[in-house]
Design a protein around this ligand. Structure first.
Ligand SMILES: Nc1ncnc2c1ncn2[C@@H]1O[C@H](COP(=O)(O)OP(=O)(O)OP(=O)(O)O)[C@@H](O)[C@H]1O
Ligand SMILES: O=P(O)(O)OC[C@H]1O[C@H](OP(=O)(O)OP(=O)(O)O)[C@H](O)[C@@H]1O
Ligand SMILES: [Mg+2]
Length: 284
């Protein structure tokens, strides 16, 4: 049995709820009260520490906790000796420059300007790489207000829908500095830890169950090649004989977002009794 596992989970912010939901889906106990700081899950020999998302890379980098869930942007900003192990498909954002609407600012214009951000590490790394000498103003949050309030000429901030920027009268400029999402992080080599391997297997199972559905249908054996091309599954579809002469039953996993289109295409080649069901959990 793997050793006790110590995992960091965001205690608040955009990643907190979806991270706990994913762990719950993976069969772990999660806290009921958002003020709980530690939660012990004895059945899974796992302790969850609810920490500020920005601090998680620090704890994991120090080797205090074996793994954690945080944003890619926060991991890279921290400079902590930890790496990304598994992207989790939620908490998508981009890290971008923005300035007053109509200012038509360019990245080259940033030299000598004041740029406000809560991600100094990320911003300074970017500016250094491009040899831009600008003044970085550190703010903890609500960075969008800094231009209006005269503290900065531009911001480098997290953008998801863009609503916050628009409401502050700001306009994005330049290419994205970084594309981020929630990730599992750990120190180099931690993937070999049996406890971490088990956590990753469970989380990968949740990702597959979210992204795929199971498709079952009957088709004339003569159209099986066409049907298999539409539903190749992971290692080819499962094909079983049917009592009906010349027909087979086929079963394969298909991407959830393509399910309706695939059903239409299967119907066109004569497949019938096409059923789609959710995958509750899996290990592939
Ligand atoms: N509106 C959003 N939609 C999706 N992901 C986001 C959004 N805002 C931030 N994120 C991502 O979520 C992660 C955590 O950011 P968040 O803003 O929740 O942390 P925080 O600012 O430290 O917490 P708080 O906002 O509670 O102070 C980051 O990786 C960030 O890129
Ligand atoms: O593009 P949008 O969909 O509008 O989302 C982006 C906003 O969401 C986050 O703010 P948060 O609520 O975490 O507040 P904070 O700035 O205090 O961290 C982020 O810092 C942006 O301000
Ligand atoms: Mg925030």
């Amino acid at each position: 049995m793997p050793d006790q596992l110590r995992i960091a989970v965001p205690n608040k912010g955009q990643l907190s709820e979806p991270a706990s939901a994913m762990l719950r889906e993976a069969g772990y106990r999660q806290r009921k009260d958002s003020r709980e700081l530690v939660l012990i899950d004895p059945e899974n020999r796992t302790e969850f520490f609810f920490l500020r998302p920005k601090d998680i890379a620090v704890y994991v980098g120090e080797g205090i906790l074996q793994a954690g869930i945080t944003g890619r942007d926060m991991l890279l900003d921290s400079g902590a000796p930890a790496e990304e192990i598994l992207p989790l498909g939620f908490g998508h954002s981009t890290f971008r420059f923005a300035a007053r609407g109509g200012a038509s600012m360019k990245v080259e214009d940033l030299a000598g300007k004041r740029i406000a951000t809560s991600f100094e590490g990320l911003l300074e790394g970017y500016l250094r790489q491009r040899g831009i000498d600008a003044r970085v103003i550190h703010l903890d949050g609500a960075v969008e207000s800094s231009i209006q309030l005269g503290v900065a000429d531009a911001v480098a901030d997290v953008v998801s829908t863009g609503t916050t920027l628009r409401q502050a009268g700001l306009e994005i400029f330049g290419d994205p500095i970084l594309e981020s999402e929630a990730v599992v992080i750990g120190r180099q080599g931690i993937e070999d830890d049996p406890g971490v391997q088990q956590l990753l297997r469970r989380l990968r199972g949740v990702l597959v169950a979210r992204d795929y559905v199971m498709m079952d249908y009957d088709v004339n054996a003569e159209r099986l090649d066409d049907a298999s091309a539409l539903t190749p599954g992971m290692e080819g579809p499962t094909v079983s004989p049917l009592h009906r002469e010349g027909w087979v039953a086929v079963r394969a996993m298909v991407p959830r977002r393509d399910a309706q289109r695939i059903m239409d295409d299967l119907w066109q080649i004569g497949a019938r009794a096409i059923l789609v069901t959710d995958i509750y959990a899996c290990r592939l």
